[in-house]
Design a protein around this ligand. Sequence first.
Ligand code: F6P
Length: 372
Amino acid sequence: MTRKDNNIIRRIAINTGGGDAPGLNAVIRGAVYAALNRGWECFGIRDGYNGLFLPEQYPEGGLIQLTRDRVRNITHLGGTILGTTNRGNPLKYPMPDEEGVIREFDRSGELIEGLKENGIDALIAVGGDGSLAIANELAGKGIRVIGVPKTIDNDLDKTVITFGFDSAVSFATECMDRLHSTAESHRRIMVVEVMGRYAGWIALESGVSGSADVILIPEIPFDLERVAAKIKALQRQGRKHSIVVVAEGAKPKGGDISVIERRQGAPERLGGMGNLVAHKLEEMTGKETRCVVLGHLLRGGSPTTFDRLLGLRFGAAAVRALEEGKSNVMVALDPPTVQYVPLEQATKRMKTVPLDCDIILTARDLGISFGD
Ligand code: F6P
């Protein structure tokens, strides 16, 4: 959607929603510099959208003015200077009703009011599927908005990659390098559980790069008999240790994913499959087994060069989109360039690992088992 009159932008807001990911601060800096260079003012909304629609929680103000000084020297920093949250979707905000029963309320009216009161002409919403779906709904209610795709899980459609993913995969791979030596010394099986929600991208790419023997991903339900057979076969060939990567969303054939917590107003928390697999593999192979859960270590720390550059590019591209009069689109990597795709298309489906993709084929050619 393109608007002809792009002169109306004087002041924009940026927010970061959902789980944090390395590269968020690079996006903020890219967007702020690009906006200030156009003479626009920039504000950051604290903690997703909370800073705007829950003002009572922010006596110091829910908006932070983003000046050149405020965003100097932040490209290399992990986390987000604005704060974030993956709870409390303003469109489905869990609150007690008159009878004290917790129900979901649409509080987007207060959010839109907050934007208007603060003279915000446009919003840059940086987030994953949940945050971008909210951005899409806000656009439907008349807010001028550009989305920026973020998530370590890489499960967003219509962009070749999301920022944060490369940092997570690089760190997971480094961990596997370290685990090989201790596993070999003790002749153990090391099971490594990695995040990624319902998509196996992190497990797949770090597992192949980190020379894992087995990779279990949500897209390929596994049979532990096959995994144990693979490990025993390796042993017969003289390989005394094994590395098994388990995506947190992996599940056995005919079984279910492992969920730690389900709570209203928040995404379900996955975890525990690594320990389950480790326990059973120890029984089935007779080999000493340990499980390492990488968890939030994959989200913390400095972004890689790739994620810094991608973040800066996405941030600046979001501002160019606004200048060109665009709204309701997401910036997307389409090498060698950055494109704009309608937010609605980008949030329609989750991008999982295609079973015929060349990384899966490569893994199979290398002899890596998916437990199928
Ligand atoms: O979506 C990013 C992610 O890190 C997932 O990989 C993981 O399942 C989830 O967030 C963890 O969320 P939380 O920070 O609520 O534990």
